[in-house]
Design a binder for this molecule. Structure first.
Ligand code: CTP
Length: 488
């Protein structure tokens, strides 16, 4: 069996292949599914292409796969989709496309498989595997996609100026595949991306967002932003980020290039967490710098309050891109606003109260804030970097200690041994010990409410069972009772 035949040697492909045979039709799996199959990457969608109506093949395939499979038909696109064991199967008839300059929507006509393949974006996405029984597993690779896949190259099958001008989303797709797969973009393709960057204005923000999210979820997102910068695509995607690039020098004093610094921070964060919103926090943490930048002879370059200003810029960016405006955005705002707090904390002596204030403010995002703050140390001075990182270890240790202390306090019983002695009129001794031990146990195990009244009720009940009489009116007034000292 050929190696490609083996890759698709599954009942689903044989079944749909046989259905196509019965209809006297050619049928293939195609595009991203074939690319991912050859790369050994998982994929959730399988695209089938047939020479003829994709909708007819979808309906006949659904009948062959099971009684109750629902086919969703998109008549105007000539496509149909069905869900099969958690996988989306998409069927389309082979087509040839031509484009109107003012829209991403092509004029579509029926075509041959070769025409269908030729209209696709990149050679690595322009391969098909036949599923008809007599040619099962035969690879159609008209543009050397397999070689490009092996060499890690992104290249258009046809003239790249036509490919990108027809559908400028492909410019961003090239950036995304390069970032996601760690591939290189062929020089002629890269140059055409730069030449056609202006076409990006016809793109819906929703589409831009989808690609951006895939870039952000990649192992090294900076690859995508460097490519967007070099091709002139960035102003159409995130002009605020583009504004951070460059170094200004006055009287021999320059500031760091905040664009490249940001990308270093982003990659540092991406190496530590897959949480997409912490990554967004890293991408936008210094977004307020260009608007707050000032020069004065005494202090040199300053960016006062750039964290607050940056945090206020986040909603506009999220709204424009169609990113979620709820919890996710608030987390990003919080990370941007607080990103310098942990480092400020280590510059002075770290007190419990300062750690607690930060922990209370950052709440459940504290760990991610610490990841961002550590990632933000990009100093090339290794000794300085080491010192900062060691200070962060101290803050981490403090956070753990303060949290453990808070947890202990939260579960501490509402009454102590002196209260028990007063309430039951007992001297220090075994009975007081038993009552205190039981009260501590039920408080820690949350068997009673964490209130004074619940502790009184519990003790009265337990005391009665021990043959003791308690009187809550004898309890010392909690307001006048001296407090136990706790460290701070
Ligand atoms: N395609 C294209 N131009 C586009 C979008 C898609 O030529 N602007 C073609 C490519 O052949 C692509 C296929 O349609 O492989 C399927 O597209 P899609 O499912 O959007 O993307 P995938 O390439 O499958 O990648 P992913 O699933 O990672 O988005």
């Amino acid at each position: 069996m050929s190696e490609y035949k083996q890759l698709i040697d599954k009942p689903i492909f044989h079944t749909i292949g046989r259905v196509a045979d019965g209809m006297g039709r050619e049928a293939y799996v195609v595009g991203g599914f074939v690319r991912d199959l050859l790369l050994g990457r998982p994929s959730k969608d399988i695209d089938f292409v047939t020479v003829g109506s994709g909708i007819d093949l979808a309906r006949a395939s659904a009948r062959a796969l099971g009684q109750h499979i629902k086919v969703t038909v998109f008549k105007s696109f000539g496509t149909a989709r069905l869900a099969w064991h958690g996988t989306e199967l998409e069927f389309v008839g082979a087509r040839r496309e031509s484009y109107d300059r003012n829209s991403r929507n092509p004029i579509v006509e029926d075509g041959t498989l070769d025409e269908d393949i030729a209209r696709r974006d990149f050679t690595i996405n322009a391969m098909a595997l036949c599923i008809n029984a007599d040619r099962f597993g035969a690879l159609v690779d008209n543009y050397n996609g397999l070689d490009d896949l092996k060499a890690g190259i992104i290249r258009t099958p046809l003239d790249p100026d036509i490919t990108f001008s027809d559908d400028p989303l492909r410019i961003l797709r090239a950036v995304r595949f390069a970032t996601q797969l760690g591939f290189r973009i062929a020089p002629e393709t890269l140059m055409a991306m730069a030449r056609n960057a202006g076409r990006m204005t016809i793109l819906a923000h929703e589409r831009i967002k989808d690609e951006l999210q895939k870039i952000m979820a990649s192992p090294k997102p900076s690859i995508g932003f460097v490519l967007m910068m070099k091709t002139g695509v960035l102003p159409y995607v995130l002009p605020e980020l583009e504004a951070m690039s460059g170094v200004e020098t006055r009287h021999g004093r320059g500031h760091k290039d905040n664009f490249y610094h940001t990308l270093e921070v982003l990659d540092n964060v991406a190496a530590r967490t897959s949480d997409i919103w912490t990554r967004w926090g890293a991408l936008l943490h210094d977004i307020g710098k260009p608007v707050t930048k000032q020069w004065d002879a005494k202090n040199g370059w300053t960016f006062h309050n750039h964290n607050f200003v940056g945090s206020k810029m986040v909603p506009r960016i999220f709204r424009r891109l169609g990113l979620p405006l709820g919890e996710e955005m608030r987390k990003v705002q919080k990370l941007v606003e607080l990103h310098m707090r942990p480092i400020a904390l280590v510059e002075d002596e770290v007190t419990d109260s300062a750690v607690r204030r930060l922990a209370n403010y950052a709440e459940e995002d504290l760990e991610d804030l610490m990841i961002l703050a550590r990632a933000d140390i990009t100093s090339k001075n290794l000794e300085k970097k080491q010192r900062f990182l060691e200070n962060f270890d101290i803050v981490d240790e403090k956070i753990r200690a303060v949290r453990a202390l808070d947890l202990d306090r939260a579960f501490r019983p509402a009454l102590d041994g002196f209260d028990i002695m007063a309430m039951f009129g007992l001297p220090q001794g075994r009975e007081v010990g038993t009552l205190m031990k039981e009260l501590t146990r039920v408080s820690k195990d949350c068997e009673i409410e964490p209130t004074r009244q619940a502790a009184i009720d519990f003790l009265l009940d337990l005391g009665t069972r021990m043959g003791l009489h308690g009187d809550p009116s004898l309890l010392p007034d909690p307001a006048t009772k001296p407090k136990k000292k706790t460290s701070n």
